[in-house]
Design a protein around this ligand. Sequence first.
Ligand code: SAM
Length: 204
Amino acid sequence: MQFLYALRSKGVTDARVLTAMERIDRADFLRGIFAERAYEDMPLPISCGQTISQPSVVGLMTQALQVTSRDKVLEVGTGSGYQAAILSQLSRRVYTIDRFRRLVSDAKSVFDRLDLTNVISFAGDGSFGLPDHAPFDRILCTAAAEDPPGPLLAQLRVGGIMVLPVGQSDTVQSLIRVTRTEDGFDYDELRSVRFVPLVEGMGD
Ligand code: SAM
């Protein structure tokens, strides 16, 4: 209850998003002492030197994505799998990809345990998207690029929405929402954020 109150106070007001975040327990995606801190509104360490994002930022990004139950969603940056699990509650299918095989396999174990059968996981460089499964109605990227990657723009359906942080990796970045129109792309700047960089190639 306190967790939801904190989310609301940070601007997460969409009832569907709040219900999804109530259903998916962040502790399931954390290990050891960090599982005990699951309800704190802060990023926390996971394997491979990566982080699980701050819950309020997860909520705000999910809200900005305006996911519907018909949507096929691509998430770039599986990390712990928490964001993908929330998207699984709101959409038809979620494709999630991370450059670390270990993160993908750990997240897949949690998806299996929670019976989240509409999440499909891939190991690979997500900056190229998943051309074999495109186009996507929604794309959420949880690592920061200097500019929206061309392959991700190309794999967004007309009318589709992509939310991602853009900017230099070691400075404050902007969270932007890209909407694909018949004629091109519309860009909205939503807020400042700080994410790990979108890195080329596979992780060790
Ligand atoms: N969404 C995650 C969650 O719910 O735990 C948090 C993601 S973490 C902030 C960013 C993730 O992006 C890391 O797991 C990192 O390995 C991944 N990443 C960075 N560059 C990538 C790339 N080119 N392709 C795929 N994943 C990438």
